[in-house]
Design a protein around this ligand. Structure first.
Ligand SMILES: Nc1ncnc2c1ncn2[C@@H]1O[C@H](COP(=O)(O)OP(=O)(O)OP(=O)(O)O)[C@@H](O)[C@H]1O
Ligand SMILES: O=C(O)[C@H](O)[C@@H](O)[C@H](O)[C@H](O)CO
Length: 172
């Protein structure tokens, strides 16, 4: 990891089922950083919508993204750094999150549709159904080469992904 005056602020991004929750927990533990889950920042109406199989729209997402940004800003101001999961599917969403602090970087977890569907299908008690995957993939704008961070294919085991991420972030 490159030297930075601030501890890292990492947004673990990607579509539903990519492993954001799983990998973010391991990465936060490995780096000794506080962890937050973006699903906890959703207003109840958003969770209800997704549970009913209705994809969110931009208007649903902006207040939620603002809340995630504020968490990042607070971790910048208190100097702890942190790791937060957030689908952050579109470039515009990530541009907003980056306004929290200059050290914000992204870990994009990427995988084939078949693998994502398999992982979502085997998960129990979660509000995202496999049917939501199409809208997630249609909305996704992959992390660009001019954005801070790195992308990892989700084939390997979670611990291997967290180790690779710790080595590569922040990639500037
Ligand atoms: N690298 C991996 N290898 C094998 N299984 C994995 C891996 N990462 C995650 N999983 C499993 O895949 C499922 C989806 O992972 P997880 O819930 O972390 O995804 P997510 O991106 O947080 O999803 P969502 O955005 O819908 O909350 C879980 O059952 C998890 O245990
Ligand atoms: O941007 C979105 O469409 C949603 O926020 C979803 O991505 C969920 O938050 C999450 O991925 C499911 O757990």
């Amino acid at each position: 990891m490159t030297h930075s005056p601030h501890p890292p602020l990492v947004v673990v991004m990607g579509v539903a089922g990519a492993g954001k929750t799983t990998v973010a927990a391991l990465l936060a533990e490995r780096l000794g950083l506080p962890l937050a889950e973006a699903d906890e920042f959703h207003p109840a109406a958003n969770i209800a919508k997704m549970s009913a199989g209705i994809p969110l729209e931009d208007a649903d997402r902006w207040p939620w993204l603002e809340a995630v940004k504020e968490w990042l800003r607070a971790r910048h101001e208190d100097g702890t750094g942190g790791v937060v999961t957030c689908s952050a599917l579109r470039r515009a969403y990530r541009d907003l999150l980056r306004t929290a602090a200059p050290e914000v970087a992204f870990l994009h977890l990427t995988g084939s549709r078949a693998l994502l569907e398999d992982r979502i299908g085997h998960r129990e008690g979660h509000f995202m159904s496999p049917a939501m995957l199409d809208s997630q993939l249609a909305t996704l704008e992959p992390l660009g080469p001019d954005e801070p961070g790195t992308s990892l294919d989700i084939g390997p085991a979670p611990a291997a992904l967290a180790a690779a991420a710790a080595d590569r972030l922040p990639a500037r």
